[in-house]
Design a binder for this molecule. Structure first.
Ligand code: ZN
Ligand code: ZN
Length: 136
């Protein structure tokens, strides 16, 4: 499990039942749900929760830096609660499943000085694409 709920409590995030359900749905290892998936799961626990509330709560968690918005090519964005542990993503080109991965090298420091063009580089995103076991 990720520690999203704990982190939010630690920050004094106002925890209404609706917000808690959204955070609970996101919490967990390797979870990268779309906003619609978050809404569907949240509605199983709290049937009255609206899509707008889910979208607003997700936006707020992203602004707080506690959830990462994972861009996907031509698909719905996915939401990642693993915001404080640097990692890269492995993406299935067929079904869109995303796993967190940790390459053996460090892609940030592996970029040679002559490839930096004078930039101060502070972040890196590497996406590995292929087919997951169910789609292969
Ligand atoms: Zn797949
Ligand atoms: Zn991730």
């Amino acid at each position: 499990m990720s520690d999203l709920l704990e982190r939010l409590r630690g920050r004094g995030w106002r925890m209404t039942s609706q917000r808690r359900v959204v955070a609970e749905v996101l919490d967990g290892d390797h979870v990268h749900l779309t906003a619609d998936e978050v809404h569907a799961r949240a509605a199983q626990r709290l049937p009255e929760i609206s899509r707008a509330t889910v979208y607003n709560t997700l936006g707020e968690l992203v602004t707080l830096g506690e959830v990462i918005e994972v861009p996907t090519h031509g698909r719905a964005k996915r939401y990642d609660p693993n915001a404080h542990h640097p990692h890269q993503h492995l993406v299935c080109s067929n079904c869109g499943t995303i796993r967190d991965v940790h390459p053996t090298g460090n892609p940030l420091t592996d970029l040679p000085a002559e490839e930096r063009f004078g930039f101060t580089v502070s972040e890196v995103e590497v996406t590995y694409r292929g087919l997951c076991p169910s789609c292969a």
